[in-house]
Design a protein around this ligand. Sequence first.
Ligand code: PHE
Ligand code: NA
Length: 451
Amino acid sequence: MQGREQWATRLGFMLAAVGSAVGLGNIWRFPYIAGEYGGASFLIVYLICIFIIGLPTMIAEFSIGKKGQLDAVGSFSKTAPAKPWVIGGWLGVITSFLIVSFYAVITGWVLYYMFSYLTGSLQQVEPGGVEEYFGGFVGDAFLPVIWQFIVMGIMIGILYFGVQKGIELSSKIFMPLLAVILLVLAGYGLTLDGAGEGMSFLFVPDWSALGDPALYLAAIGQAFFTLSLGMGIMVTYGGYLSKQTGNRLPGTATSIVILDTLFAILVAVAIFTAVFTIGAEADQGPTLIFVVLPEVFNQMAAGGTFFAIFFFFLVFIAGLTSAISLAEVSISFAMRQVNLTRKKAALIVGALITLVGIPSALSQGGPLGDFLIAGLPFLDFVDVLTDSYFLPIGGLIVVLFVGWGWKSKAALEEADFKYQAFAKIWLFLLRFVAPIMIIIILLANLFGIEV
Ligand code: PHE
Ligand code: NA
């Protein structure tokens, strides 16, 4: 029997985790929510949430995986034998499987947009016509499925090569590339006419926004989503840590969190400088990147097509690396649970994810557009179910387990803090602060408070 796969280097592990973290959450969700809740004032609350809830939870997930040296389910049951905590692992597998099924669909839209700019068809759309163009594409009976298949193919191709030659190697190439593209786009954005307005929208605080309770809920929710927490990913990635690559986890996790935050802020700079340049509305929600931004690109006096191609390439790579981490949770699980080889697991799990994603691909005005669950199209239903319920429950199980269920001496040994004071704060946050905040989020979702 072959030894279990492991990360080659600590840097490679960190970049893979950054690859997971940096995704649509940074590029679409963060700028939009920040805009809605007063820009800079949201940013302050968000940063606090990231550091008092997100970071401790990430360290907790890595520690469980590092201890268990297995997939999400295996690591939980090895760390807490014969205890119900393993539900956290199962929930992680289910949640990540469901999320990646539609995440690949949306990443397919992004790739189609990049392709459309490359072939020259999207920049020829009449001003004001992008909404119809988008509707026509997502409502088509075949196109969204074809692009979903292409994304799934690329993703499975990478995962087929395993942890070191697939995930780690691709992250080492993609992440620096993303950083360069983003710096170019943000730099270019700063030269546009709308730069001043965009920057003040983002960075000049509107203190009255702090009085809105929804702002705090949005900040906590975004902290979890953006760091890929609560769905078994960081447990799974932690399972590939050795004693060397996994020492001093708090330091690595801090770097990951800082990089994710920098990406979010730079993307917001690139987007809002462009949006204000043509005087478009900033708070457009879901259609921001598929409808508003292309209008912006098409109306830019110079460089619009260039900006567009690089932007959609950026979103595509960010989406792809996040999708990889989501699918790896199930692949790693299948390899242990049903004893498959890496290659077989990648193919079989990949095929299953694709199948479950097809109804999502056809649900946005396509053949399944009228098939509603709980009043929602399939894709939206799976999104809300995972985002609003499964994800916080998964996160809650993690923090309760590490805070209360696991012997603190054992947990601290895995986390490997350099400073004892931080170790104490970590346990305190996991025991009290994080669970309370997560429960508040869950209740808010249950009772339908709009965030
Ligand atoms: N963290 C990713 C982002 O910010 C989103 C994501 C969620 C990725 C869930 C994987 C799993 O976009
Ligand atoms: Na993110």
